[in-house]
Design a protein around this ligand. Structure first.
Ligand SMILES: [Zn+2]
Length: 297
């Protein structure tokens, strides 16, 4: 979190197996410790003869239509990275190699709950290098001209997130939330919120060969005014909390934790990425600060 003073990485290497939501293919994800100032690097272990490393920053985002997909100049990509990025952001993990033996990060249960559990199991170690933060200095807003906006404004400390969503399906309707990112809000509200889809959209995606791995085990399925999943929702505002989860993950494309207030109004991966590009396009919008050990301020 933003009170972290030193950079952090994993204490131990840990792996998990899951399936890709679009391909339906089994994939193994492995989290490895990395030296200070490495940042978050995805590594495609199934790719040979090309650069298989992809830094997880906003400049490397190549597709935002269905998820956040990172790619390098050799055309090597890794998709569905946003939920794991959210857990990394919330845990303040600055440096890690994340290996995956296929093009998609496993979807797990559609939330970030399993990644949070894995990070708790691996444990974190502090590195003797100060953590950097992206501190927002001016209001920056991205408006897509079609009714969706994403903005960042200054805050004294930490990351505060507000979100509004509006869906024609009455079971979702209008949902709003406002919270501060803390280990507790992340674990209790954000990390558990699953991705969701409309039944008619899933059928359309299946026809074009996508969402093959999608099932009631890894998404909330909404059929007009009812939830298809027999277990129902994990919490009444699960939909808007999932949007917050995506935003926490996408904001970590800054390459460091963000100090500011984020507001998303019907926004998605594309908007958050466009917002970050806008922030970094003008040096007056931000400051990169280092958290100094107590007494040295
Ligand atoms: Zn998501």
């Amino acid at each position: 979190m933003t009170d972290t003073i030193y950079q952090k990485t994993f204490k131990e290497t840990l792996s998990a197996v899951g399936i890709g939501v679009h391909s339906g293919a089994k994939a193994t994800i492995t989290f490895r410790p990395a030296p200070a100032n490495t940042g978050i690097i995805f590594k495609r272990t199934d790719v040979t003869g090309k650069n298989n490393e992809i830094p997880a920053t906003y400049q490397y985002v190549v597709d935002t239509r269905m998820c956040s997909c990172f790619g390098n100049s050799d055309g090597v990509t890794v998709s569905t990275a946003e939920h794991v990025m959210a857990a990394l952001h919330a845990y303040g993990i600055s440096n890690a190699y994340i290996e995956v033996n296929g093009p998609e990060i496993p979807i797990m249960d559609g939330s970030a709950k399993d990644f949070a559990f894995l990070f708790d199991c691996a444990g974190l170690s502090e590195q003797r290098t100060p953590q950097k933060f992206l501190k927002i200095k001016r209001n920056v807003k991205f408006d897509d001209g079609k009714g969706a906006t994403a903005s960042l404004s200054p805050a004294d400390s930490g990351l505060e997130l507000s979100f509004d969503i509006e869906f024609p399906a009455k079971i979702i309707g209008h949902q709003a939330c406002n919270l501060k990112l803390t280990p507790q809000t992340f674990k209790e509200q954000i990390a558990i919120a699953r991705t969701f889809g409309m039944k008619e959209d899933i059928e359309r995606l299946r026809q074009i060969g996508l969402a093959r791995g999608g099932s009631l085990d890894n998404a909330i399925l909404v059929d007009k005014d009812k939830i298809v999943n027999p277990e129902g929702l994990r919490e009444p505002k699960e939909f808007v909390f999932h949007k917050v989860l995506d935003a926490v993950g996408d904001l970590y494309q800054a390459g460091m934790p963000v100090i500011g207030r984020f507001y998303g109004n019907k926004s998605g991966h594309f908007h958050t990425n466009a917002l970050l590009k806008q922030v970094f396009s003008d040096k007056r919008n931000y400051e990169i600060i280092e958290a100094k050990p107590a007494g040295k301020n």
